[in-house]
Design a protein around this ligand. Structure first.
Ligand SMILES: NC(=O)CC[C@H](N)C(=O)O
Length: 203
């Protein structure tokens, strides 16, 4: 069973449809009581601001159960804002702390150097560390919608992308924690294949 966290603003429906297309059972989780170690994967699909995301998790008492699930070593996937919320903080939301699994800060694309911020559209993802999650992808193109990014971080970034000359982390992994900045649920066959590969890797 794959748990999909609903903190009131994530892209739940498309994420649920993507996993169901892969014949995976899903459960929508909007309170901490439903986060159990029986889940094969816990997914945090994020849409909106860093502060609103954390507020949504706090309002539903989801922060502690999510942290306990991840600290217990169970597989976790953060999507877009869900990847960013794994970090200590973001330039988007001042002093608001994230889930703090990683110390770095999410930064904003420099609109003085890059004409169009947010990045909205397809972009090529470049593998940094070989992983089975990249096996037999139809191509390397994923769909992005974001203004903030996580820099490339050694021993954490497994795939990167470049937007307007700014390199950033597209996919991260450390032990049981996975994050993907683009939206695999909006990235067609490539996104579905990534999710299918990830399900195989975490089993
Ligand atoms: N699509 C989103 O949820 C964007 C996440 C974050 N607010 C960013 O701009 O990077």
């Amino acid at each position: 069973m794959i748990g999909i966290i609903d903190y009131g603003a994530g892209n739940i429906g498309n994420v649920e449809r993507a996993f169901r297309y892969l014949n995976e059972e899903t459960s929508i989780i909007d309170n901490g009581d439903n986060i159990s170690s029986q889940l094969s994967l816990l997914v945090l699909p994020g849409v909106g601001s860093f502060a609103a995301g954390m507020a949504g998790l706090k309002e539903r008492d989801l922060v502690k159960p999510i942290k306990e699930f991840i600290e217990s070593g169970r597989p976790f996937l953060g999507i877009c804002l869900g990847l960013q919320l794994l970090f200590a903080r973001s330039k988007e939301s001042g002093l608001v702390s994230g889930l703090e699994f990683f110390d770095e800060e999410c930064l904003k694309f420099d609109s003085k150097k890059i004409k169009r911020v947010p990045q909205i559209g397809w972009n090529k993802v470049e593998t940094v560390v070989e992983s089975k999650v990249f096996n037999e992808l139809p191509d390397q193109y994923f769909y992005f919608v974001h203004s903030y990014y996580v820099p490339v971080i050694p021993d954490l970034t497994v795939a990167k992308a470049d937007y307007g000359g700014q390199e950033f982390t597209a996919i991260l992994n450390r032990k049981n924690i996975w994050g993907i900045q683009p939206h695999p649920e909006k990235s067609g066959r490539t996104g579905l294949k990534f999710l299918e590969n990830l399900i195989g890797v975490i089993k």
